[in-house]
Design a protein around this ligand. Structure first.
Ligand code: CDP
Ligand code: CDP
Length: 241
């Protein structure tokens, strides 16, 4: 069966990472979390007092001088909150990039064209050859515009904020839900309104609103769509019937 490139895009908390990870596991595909790359760079900028965050030029230079690797999670570390293992200049930052502060820094770093060009090239290299589920904001529009299956995941901002809030509570971090909702709105706004590669649904992406669906249901739906697509592409004509 021919292996696909599957692109999953959507706003913060729409379930991209958890769903993409399950889909990749079921299909025997590689899972790649592109947002982890922006987060790793955001973390590095914050570690340098955040001064680079104010300068486009400095952020581009920082990106060029940074090595980010995404690795599959070893079986003994598998848990819902861990996506890819992330190495920043050789150091494991898998957990360190999951803070709210880093999320905001990532979305600022991600507005810079030079930074995006650099990270997109790395993402294309990592996913070349297919058999991959990559998730982010611009996977179906910019990174893999020819992906054989594109999904745009959505859920209401309230549902997405509550999901994120629960994750923090489970880690023993207590914040007001209203504060997390504000941050979700802020990131949605920055991601959808930026000039370069804004978060937008590709015209050929399947829209899946999973406000009232759990991770398992959402993943099952996408696996079904993928199996159909694999079959279509495996037919002698090579195309959809
Ligand atoms: O998991 P969550 O949706 O909260 O965020 P993420 O996927 O880890 O991405 C963090 C930030 O990186 C996002 O708010 C985007 O600004 C940026 N990002 C992007 O611009 N393009 C991507 N392909 C992935 C992430
Ligand atoms: O990657 P993204 O920011 O789009 O979302 P995520 O990190 O995969 O999901 C955020 C949280 O929402 C996780 O704790 C998921 O388990 C949860 N979730 C959910 O409860 N129901 C869904 N349909 C999708 C995600």
């Amino acid at each position: 069966m021919r292996k696909l490139t599957i692109a999953i895009d959507g706003p913060a908390g729409s379930g991209k990472s958890s769903v993409a990870r399950v889909v990749a596991q079921r299909l025997g595909y590689l899972y790649l979390d592109s947002g982890a790359m922006y987060r790793a760079l955001g973390l590095k900028a914050l570690a340098n007092n955040g001064s680079e965050l104010a300068s486009e030029y400095e952020l581009e230079r920082l990106a060029r001088d940074t090595r980010i690797e995404l690795q599959p999670v070893p079986p003994h570390l598998r848990d819902a909150a861990i996506h890819n293992r992330v190495l920043l200049d050789g150091e494991d930052v898998t957990q360190a990039i999951r803070s709210r502060e880093v999320a905001q820094a990532a979305s600022r770093v991600a507005t810079i064209a030079g930074v995006r060009a650099f990270l997109v090239a790395q993402q294309q290299k990592a996913g070349a050859g297919g058999g991959v589920v990559m998730e982010g904001r611009d996977i179906g529009t910019v990174v893999f515009p020819k992906a054989e299956l594109k999904i745009f995941l959505e859920a209401t901002a309230e549902a997405r904020a509550e999901r994120r809030w629960k994750e923090h509570v489970e880690k023993g971090e207590f914040f007001e839900l209203a504060q997390v909702l504000d941050e979700v709105h802020e990131r949605d706004k920055r991601d959808t309104e930026r000039k370069v590669s804004p978060l937008v649904r590709a015209s050929d992406a399947v829209l899946v609103d999973n406000t009232a669906m759990d991770v398992e249901e959402t993943a099952r739906l996408i696996v079904l769509l993928a199996r159909e697509r694999e079959k279509e592409l495996g037919r002698p004509s090579g195309g959809a019937s």
